[in-house]
Design a binder for this molecule. Structure first.
Ligand SMILES: Cc1cc2nc3c(=O)[nH]c(=O)nc-3n(C[C@H](O)[C@H](O)[C@H](O)COP(=O)(O)O)c2cc1C
Length: 367
């Protein structure tokens, strides 16, 4: 897949998840394979310019963490331009703009004309960045404020004219938050609105079949996956395989999940040190264990892990405890298998199963 000067090996993307898409997780996803481009957590442009150490930690990278996009957030054109130059100088292959839904401001000031003013201002900000850097500048947006204000197609068209190289669109409105069904027809309208640039669909892709459905029903050029990658770092590889061969590979085995879990922990310790790395891993490990089958013995202890040695002991005793749920072949008995993951837009309307990654404090309204 291609956008701007960038040639990617796959049209699958890792979506920014503030607090989660750090260097260790990106490396895990890349090692498992199938992802074309990873994006950092959202980074405040002003904090970067002010050389805030926390902002620099968010863009920390390594040679294996490539190709990498940095996502910037800010509304001051000069700051966004300067921050884009900084991330380009540090090796990012593209810079993504976290784009709010313009209608919010319209609603606040209560005037339709304000929206065009806002669009003009946004387009000017984009033009400033596009002219400043050589790397492609992309934008990530939602469908709009609510179902009556689906502004993403207009915004996407205006941004294309301003030089944006690709659009990422989360198929929900701001009003929907992270609930409700992802609107594939809404994504399709954004695809239809632009002339040349790729549109990358996003939202609730938790299985390879869901990615395929998003491609098929929206005509999008790529699919971006956030939470689905956290439940399942293998999703990119399995999706790519499905798209290329039509064959759905089985989910990874327990041993493979444990192998990648341990690799993830090692990388966390390398990047954040043992104390902080273990503390951060307390919220990571339970996402892996969701697919282990019965896991409360693991979860209740892992949320207190403080050292690598402790983690190893927790895992060993969990593996011993888990044996009671295995058949003679050493595999989890079917009745203990976790329920299959199903995307919102593929779910039986009667079903209410939902899994949540807690959304952190922050400018949620613009994601
Ligand atoms: C915990 C969390 C953090 C997020 N952080 C960001 C962010 O930093 N920037 C952004 O544009 N979107 C952010 N999002 C939105 C995701 O990138 C994505 O658009 C949304 O979760 C839908 O895709 P998914 O269902 O594949 O996760 C975040 C979502 C969650 C749940």
């Amino acid at each position: 897949m291609r956008f701007g000067s960038l040639q990617l090996d796959s049209n699958l993307f890792l979506s920014p998840l503030a607090g989660y898409t750090n260097l260790p997780f990106r490396l895990v996803v890349r090692e498992v394979g199938g992802v074309g481009l990873c994006t950092t957590d959202l980074v405040n442009a002003r904090s970067l310019i002010e050389k805030n150490p926390k902002a620099f930690k968010l863009i920390e990278t390594s040679p294996a963490d490539s190709p990498l996009a940095v996502q910037l957030f800010g509304s001051v054109a000069e700051e966004m331009r300067e921050a884009a130059l900084m991330v380009e100088a540090r090796g990012a292959v593209s810079v993504d703009i976290n784009m709010g839904c313009p209608v919010k401001k319209v609603v606040k000031i209560g005037g339709g004309s304000a929206m065009m003013t806002e669009l003009d201002k946004t387009a000017a900000l984009v033009r400033g960045m596009v002219n400043a850097v050589k790397i492609p500048v992309t934008a990530k947006m939602r469908l709009g404020w609510d179902d009556d204000n689906l502004t993403a197609p207009d915004l996407a068209r205006a941004l294309e004219d301003a030089g944006i190289a690709a659009i990422f669109v989360h198929g929900r409105t701001r009003e929907q938050g992270f609930g409700g069904t992802v609107n594939l027809a809404g994504i399709r309208k954004v695809v239809a609105a632009v002339k040349h640039i790729p549109v990358i669909g996003n939202g609730d892709v938790v299985t390879p079949q869901a990615a395929k459905k998003m491609f098929d029903e929206t005509g999008c050029a790529g699919v971006s996956i956030g939470r689905g990658a956290f439940y399942d770092p293998w999703i990119f590889r399995r999706t790519l395989h499905l798209m290329r061969t039509g064959e759905l590979q089985p989910e990874p085995s327990f041993d493979e999940r444990v192998r990648v879990l341990l690799r993830h922990l090692d990388l966390m310790l390398e990047v954040f040190g043992e104390e902080l790395g273990c503390r951060m891993f307390r919220k990571v490990a339970p996402w892996y264990s969701k697919r282990f089958g019965p896991c409360h013995e693991f979860n209740k202890r892992v949320v207190q892990v403080a050292t690598k040695a402790q983690f190893d002991e927790i895992l060993d005793s969990y593996i011993a405890w888990r044996k009671q749920f295995l058949g003679d072949d050493g595999e989890l008995l079917q009745r203990f298998a976790p329920a299959p993951l199903v995307a919102s837009f593929m779910r039986d309307p009667a079903s209410t199963v939902r899994e949540h990654i807690p959304v952190p404090k922050g400018p949620v309204e613009v994601w």
